[in-house]
Design a protein around this ligand. Structure first.
Ligand code: ADP
Ligand code: ADP
Length: 229
């Protein structure tokens, strides 16, 4: 299992405006840590640094003790699974879209991943907006269902490190609860960084980090943060 560590990380996209100002935290191996905070706080920037879409301006980011600057982007993509806010699907069956997580997966493994993500009822259908050669129309998937396709994909891929981006998720409570239980499956015993907008979605995190204006304003468990506020 991999531990993620941010050591006094500073970052700016352009020099006139610092975005992260000495961010220091770790996700212990196999644990879930959540980053919450208002829009613009720098939450997504943290995941971009982890993927090395950008390099830190100061400090360092390590996975399993290894500076991400010493790891190729191909192996980072291999090691890190991402469940994004918005999932773009291929013009293929849901099963095909799930298989994308690991191309040599068996049909039984795909069905099992779909079952855990609670989308097994419609894995043979196409997403909306696409049509088959015989003119059959695709099924309209809600945002929550699309997210579950991404979750099933990630269950198949089984990466050692997982990033869940729930930051702007405006799902209704019912959908949110269903997704949450699917996500719990994926994040169990896996080093997981959750990016969330609301404290209510990250009750079970090992630690919650409150990011404000590029600095860590507070950190603690869910109940510690509730008591403090
Ligand atoms: P959050 O995920 O907390 O909403 P972000 O990490 O997306 O915040 O953004 C933090 C700040 O960085 C915001 O002020 C945003 O406008 C700015 N920012 C994000 N991406 C870029 C970019 N590619 N170039 C310049 N500024 C950016
Ligand atoms: P429902 O699942 O309740 O049928 P949707 O999920 O399609 O409805 O959409 C509810 C709202 O949430 C829409 O405004 C949609 O754009 C937004 N939304 C859906 N999924 C996500 C997501 N993963 N991240 C951010 N916003 C989302």
């Amino acid at each position: 299992d991999a531990a993620i560590r941010f050591e006094n990380v500073t970052f700016h996209y352009d020099e006139s405006r610092p975005i992260l100002k000495g961010v220091d935290f770790e996700v212990p191996a196999g644990k879930t840590v959540a980053i919450v905070g208002p829009s613009g706080a720098g939450k997504s920037t943290i995941s971009r640094l982890l993927f090395r879409f950008y390099d830190v301006t100061g400090g360092r980011v390590t996975i399993d003790g290894q500076d991400v600057r010493d790891v190729t982007q191909a192996s980072l993509r291999e090691a890190i699974g991402m469940v994004p806010q918005d999932t773009v699907l291929f013009n293929e069956s849901i099963a095909y879209n799930i298989r994308y997580g690991r191309v040599n997966a068996t049909d039984a493994e795909i069905r099992e991943a779909a079952r855990m993500a609670q989308i097994h009822d419609f894995i043979e259908t196409l997403p909306e907006g696409f049509a088959t050669e015989v003119g059959e129309r695709g099924l309209k998937l809600s945002g929550g269902e699309k997210q579950r396709v991404a979750i099933a994909r990630t269950i198949l891929k089984a990466p050692p490190v997982l990033i869940l981006d729930e930051a702007t998720s405006a799902l209704d409570t019912h959908t949110e609860r269903e997704i949450q239980s699917a996500l719990d499956h994926v994040s169990q015993n896996r080093t997981t960084l959750v990016i969330a907008h609301r404290l209510s979605t990250v009750v079970n995190a090992h630690q919650i980090i409150v990011l404000e204006g590029g600095r860590i304003a507070e950190r603690g468990t869910h109940s510690e943060l509730l008591e403090a506020n």
